[in-house]
Design a protein around this ligand. Structure first.
Ligand code: 13P
Length: 347
């Protein structure tokens, strides 16, 4: 696999006017989401739900790529179509989450390090066989009184870089996701400082491991006030701080930045992305800025479906609306009135 092929995939993943659908929840995590809408976490229900997402007519217009979970890439729909085939039929690039989760970091209370490097080379080979073209690995950085520690930032940055190198060796584009959690009472200024430090470390480690920046995607969190912070950050403030943070830390060779939603509500996540792209149009920024949301794309789908097969079509429409609004935001062309138009359309 040449760098050129990796670069082509990475660029297609951040195609202007498109974003990434993250649907790589592990079985316990999807279980939480299903439980919240009264649905049991059975294999059949997971298949039914993920079929609604991926079989949405026209999804490929706003969605360039979909991140699948290990279970899903091996499964088929109730009609017998393998999920990776369904994804490709929609004109969407299939990818796979390959980390095995964030575990407690030894000797550092309250902090986590993401695992999954052991045996990864062999697993990647298998995923290539299933048609995957890119991977995802999420590291978690927690802001609290005494954290994050250097130990946590360095261990996670190092693991991300080793994962990314293995992906590129296998011809897969790594999505590098250092998530600074939104949970906590921290201000936007603290979020900025921690995110700058984290991303600096991540790019330092990527450089040391020889990762080709043209063939990767960064999936960062936005710079935002913590959920318990009394001073809530405004849309312009988040957009300004996040862009500034990217400018301080992300080399120009990276083709695209695809944000996670991180627990922001759906509309907020769209507004922030839109504001950043509007500001980006005034500056000459080297990377495309788009979305790679899970919750902020799926919340309404789950709420609408609630396990009722007769609501499947309406649930698909909810996904399509949200995906389109985010696709417009990735071009800086979203407007709040479109929310109401979308709701009317869904009724
Ligand atoms: P959220 O958009 O729900 O934060 O999830 C992003 C993610 O990392 C899943 O791949």
């Amino acid at each position: 696999m040449t760098l050129n092929a990796l670069r082509q995939t990475a660029e297609a993943m951040v195609e202007p006017g498109q974003g990434i659908l993250a649907m790589d929840e592990s079985t316990p995590t999807i279980g939480k989401r299903l439980k919240a809408v009264g649905v049991e976490n059975t294999e059949d229900n997971r298949i039914a739900y993920r079929t609604i997402l991926l079989d949405t007519p026209g999804l490929g217009e706003s969605i360039s790529s979909a991140i699948l979970y290990d279970e899903t890439i091996r499964q088929s729909t109730a009609e017998g179509e393998p999920f990776p085939e369904l994804v490709k039929r929609q004109g969407i690039i299939p990818g796979i989450k390959v980390d095995t989760g964030a575990k407690a970091l030894a000797l550092n209370a309250g902090e986590k390090v993401t695992e999954g490097l052991d045996g990864l080379r062999e697993r990647l080979e298998e995923y290539v066989g299933f048609g995957a073209q890119f991977c995802k690995w999420r590291a978690v950085i927690t802001i609290a009184e005494e954290t994050p520690s250097r130990a946590c930032i360095e261990a996670n940055a190092h693991a991300l870089a080793r994962y990314a190198a293995l992906c590129q060796e296998a011809g897969l584009v790594p999505i590098v996701e250092p998530e600074v959690l939104i949970n906590g009472a921290h201000t936007i200024e603290t979020s900025y400082a921690v995110t700058v430090e984290t991303q600096r470390q991540v790019f330092e480690q990527l450089y040391r491991q020889g990762v080709q920046l043209e063939g990767m995607i960064l999936k960062p969190s936005m710079v935002i006030s913590g959920t318990e912070c009394p001073q809530r950050s405004g849309v312009e403030q988040v957009a300004e701080a996040t862009l500034r943070c990217l400018q301080q830390t992300v080399p120009a060779a990276v083709p695209g930045v695809a944000f996670l939603s991180g627990g922001q509500d759906d509309v907020q996540a769209t507004q922030h992305l839109n504001a950043m792209n509007q500001m980006a149009a005034q500056r000459s920024l080297p990377w495309r800025l788009t979305f790679s949301y899970a919750r902020a794309l799926q919340n309404q789908v789950l709420e609408t479906w609630r396990g009722d097969a007769s609501k499947a079509e309406q649930a698909s429409e909810a996904l399509l609306h949200r995906a389109k609004l985010n696709a417009l935001a990735s071009l800086g062309k979203y407007a709040p009135e479109m929310e109401h138009a979308a709701q009317r359309g869904a009724r």
